[in-house]
Design a protein around this ligand. Sequence first.
Ligand SMILES: Cc1cc2nc3c(=O)[nH]c(=O)nc-3n(C[C@H](O)[C@H](O)[C@H](O)COP(=O)(O)OP(=O)(O)OC[C@H]3O[C@@H](n4cnc5c(N)ncnc54)[C@H](O)[C@@H]3O)c2cc1C
Length: 320
Amino acid sequence: MVSHLLKNYEVVVIGGGAAGLSAALYSARRGLTTILISPEIGGQAGTTFEIENYPGRGFVTGPELMMDFKLQAEASGTEFLLTEAVGLEKIDQQFLVKTPTENIPAVAVILAFGLTPRKLNLPEENNFLNKGLSYCATCDGPLFKNKIVAVIGGGPAGLEAAEYLGRLAAKVYLIARADKLTGEEVIKEKITANSKIEIIYQTEIKQIIGEGQVEQIVISKKVGEQIEEQVLKVNGVFVKVGYLANSTWLPDFIARDEKGQIITNKDTETNCPGVFAAGDITDIDYKQIVISAGEGAKAALRAYQYIQKTPRLGTDWGKK
Ligand SMILES: Cc1cc2nc3c(=O)[nH]c(=O)nc-3n(C[C@H](O)[C@H](O)[C@H](O)COP(=O)(O)OP(=O)(O)OC[C@H]3O[C@@H](n4cnc5c(N)ncnc54)[C@H](O)[C@@H]3O)c2cc1C
């Protein structure tokens, strides 16, 4: 691990999703020393079972597509470090990307750390993580074969999770806060046709209960003008209540909007020269794999241009 401290990377890419992996591919192919840091590889796309709109691929699963992204970035010379970025410092013309274990010097930085699943914000939520509570149905669904699960969220991600889990689990409660589901008609039809899936509308989750493992959830349901509490026995809870731009760890000198999204111009440049941003973490309108991939590639090409004009790092700079 210490080796990263001693090596001066020209480009540090933060994030292992479509944007980060594409940025790393383009950066390494330009001959720039490139490291990608991310706690996992695949990002949101890696959590979805069906992708049908990535050009040239027809139907492909998310994990399969993202593994191909990773292999291509690796083959081009990208190095990987499986950890999260916790800080970014600017020292003169250069940068120091901080992780819990080491600091990585860079001439240019590409921020591509996407969106993070929104939590329920229940006090006991973190205690049940990996003990029956999950934010990713594709990743953890197989653990709940023939078991009873609840999916929290009646939006597109909740529907997709319920549909997928409906193929594996014995029973799926789909808990929706609104009085209708939001998402593609095709998925809605599949869900309503599956007798294993019970949709509970106008309902919120209030509590998760269990001795070291999820055993029950308490829900509150709107019935007419009344709110009724009910306890459901479940083995698992899948939280699909949206995604957040979690950029609070960035220093103030990187401009963000009110949602925490990084503000970029059409060339993926942030307000700080040498720091580029791409994909879902930016304030671009459309959050899609092909768009993140394109923006990642663009960020790397811009970083290459920037590096041509920037003095090289000294050999002991990372030790400061
Ligand atoms: C269930 C679901 C289904 C979808 N289906 C489709 C679809 O069919 N077609 C489509 O085009 N799009 C789809 N999308 C949207 C698409 O997945 C995203 O637009 C795309 O994956 C965004 O890529 P990204 O690289 O910008 O960000 P992300 O995919 O969010 O990747 C961010 C990466 O950064 C890492 N990271 C986070 N914080 C840090 C940190 N502090 N330090 C280092 N790394 C960090 C994460 O671990 C992750 O690897 C779907 C999304 C979801 C959730």
